[in-house]
Design a protein around this ligand. Structure first.
Ligand SMILES: C[S@@+](CC[C@H](N)C(=O)[O-])C[C@H]1O[C@@H](n2cnc3c(N)ncnc32)[C@H](O)[C@@H]1O
Length: 512
């Protein structure tokens, strides 16, 4: 979410004592329930199959979708066996008072905010009084933060020190840390973990029918890849926890269910933040209690790191009246990114963009010349680009790629290769809309883009009106609404691109 930079202002550094190591606390905890031996054996076999299935390199297009039912099927079998370990349902809202007391007793002033439930966004913060734009809203000391660094100081530390894969996956470290602390009734962070949502709307919670709702959108492939990645991670870390002696005393070891893992991964994905390490030399990944109760809106970053106070500070994005929801800006992400990583999309996303995969065909007789020129622009011959919402749908990288993609042999040979190889200025010019290679090339660029965007518009399985009515219908599922809102945004970007290309072609005609 918010970007954190170092900032020196006055603060109360004396409060910042690290929490006691929870490895000691774990020793006092009652053991959580375990699966019977036979069930454990069945899970271990399914996990081996899952790891094998997910470890095959992901294939694009239809193949990716073809693999998904098998992966999903194995995961569902595992979940069924492990369902006996599910903890009793608990009410999140009942835990808020203890959470606020915990914050207050650790030096957090919560007087300006209150936790409340809001339509469409879940729980969030509301103002308890008039708050002015740029006024300091919250200050959360490091000792309350739940970070990769704090994970290393618990019983997870030895496992992190041993496993090379874990060391390069800070988000997984956080997820395992969260699960281990959740199982520990003595955890310092218990009041925080108790108020986390019990489930999420990320695609990790979707079934095959839900994923089908994304048909026509490139986000469908992203959601399937995410599911595959998390299933693979689950299988890998399941085996690691069973086999590695450094994991033998972890509470997590016998409670590492897929349900728990997708919950922990989603908790981390939807709430994580980069936090400068204590010495400022690097960033660590972490969760920031209370600050992470703020929901997102368009705007600018208003969070900062106060190095002197060793605390995260959040300022008001705008004026807020009493009882009004306090919103912050998470960052410039597209609706597709928000859907896959945060489980939501919203209508007025100023930073919405649509992924567009493009490549020079290996069968193109000019492949070598075009690839060489693209290399000089630091672009591979095939990659994903983005079409943007707003006045300028095409950015410099996409424009340069399309110009090279559309170049004829003569132009390539006489202006862009060998002795006529372009210098830095000519390369920059390829990214500049106000310059052109020649009018024929320019016409090809905009015609190609117009056709491609029109085809993508036609590829959606339903109309704009259908999607708009899904949003209006009270009985539409949350996933159906999300998929419709996503497509509405994508269609707007594609239609804007078609119109923009048309205008560019008209301008070309009138200038020739
Ligand atoms: C950091 S948490 C914010 C607190 C969260 N609403 C809760 O109940 O714990 C981020 C999550 O809040 C929800 N959210 C935040 N901003 C939203 C928005 N503009 N529209 C819909 N959901 C939103 C999404 O579920 C997202 O994953």
């Amino acid at each position: 979410m918010g970007r954190k930079t170092k900032k020196n202002t006055k603060g109360n550094a004396a409060q910042n004592q690290p929490p006691a190591s929870s490895s000691k606390q774990e020793a006092a905890a009652a053991p959580p329930p375990e699966l019977p031996k036979a069930a454990k054996k069945d899970v271990a076999e399914l996990v081996t199959q899952l790891l094998e299935k997910c470890s095959k390199p992901p294939e694009s297009g239809a193949k990716e979708w073809e693999d998904y039912p098998d992966i999903h099927g194995l995961v569902e079998k595992i979940r069924k066996i492990q369902s006996v370990l599910a903890p009793p349902e608990s009410s999140r809202a009942d835990q808020f008072p203890a959470f606020i007391s915990w914050l207050n007793s650790n030096g957090v002033d919560t007087s300006a905010v209150q936790i409340a439930e809001f339509p469409e966004v879940g729980h969030g913060l509301k103002a308890t009084r008039d708050l002015k734009e740029a006024e300091k809203l919250l200050q959360i000391p490091r000792k309350l933060m739940f970070t990769v660094d704090s994970a290393k100081q618990t019983a997870l530390g030895p496992l992190i020190a041993e496993d090379k894969i874990l060391q390069v996956m800070p988000n997984v470290i956080l997820a395992l840390h969260l699960l281990n602390e959740k199982l520990n009734p003595q955890s310092f962070w218990k009041p925080y973990i108790d108020i986390l949502p019990t489930q999420y709307s990320t695609p990790l919670y979707w079934g095959p029918d839900d994923l089908q709702l994304l048909k026509g959108s490139p986000v469908q492939g992203d959601a399937i890849s995410q599911y595959r990645n998390i299933a693979r991670q689950y299988a890998y870390f399941y085996r690691l926890l069973q086999k590695n002696p450094a994991a033998s005393k972890l509470l997590l070891k016998d409670n590492f269910t897929f349900e728990n893992y997708r919950w922990a991964v989603s908790s981390v994905m939807t709430r994580q933040n980069q936090i400068p390490a204590r010495d400022g030399s690097r960033a660590t990944l972490g969760l920031i209690p209370l600050w992470d109760m703020c929901n997102h809106t368009n705007g600018i970053y208003t969070s900062d790191y106060n190095a002197e106070a060793d605390a995260c500070e959040c300022y008001c994005l705008k004026d807020f009246a009493p009882d009004q929801q306090i919103l912050i800006f998470y960052g410039p992400r597209s609706n597709g990114e928000f859907l896959v990583h945060n489980g939501f999309v919203y209508a007025d996303n100023e930073h919405d963009q649509l992924r567009l995969k493009l490549g020079i065909s290996k069968g193109d007789s000019l492949f070598a010349l075009k690839s060489e020129l693209l290399g000089k622009l630091s672009l591979p011959p095939s990659r994903s680009f983005f079409l943007h919402r707003g006045r300028f749908p095409v950015d410099g990288d996409l424009l340069a790629f399309l110009r090279v993609f559309s170049m004829d042999e003569d132009t390539l040979k006489s202006n862009y290769s060998g002795e006529t190889a372009p210098g830095p200025e000519e390369l920059e010019a390829l990214k500049d809309e106000n310059q052109q290679v020649n009018s024929d090339n320019e016409d090809k660029v905009w015609s190609f883009l117009q056709t491609r965007a029109s085809l993508l518009l036609r590829a959606y399985p339903c109309s704009l009106e259908d999607d708009e009515s899904v949003l209006q219908q009270a009985d539409s599922s949350d996933v159906a609404k999300m998929a419709s809102q996503l497509r509405i945004g994508e269609r707007r970007i594609l239609q804007n691109t078609v119109d923009y290309a048309e205008k560019k072609k008209d301008d070309l005609k009138s200038s020739s």
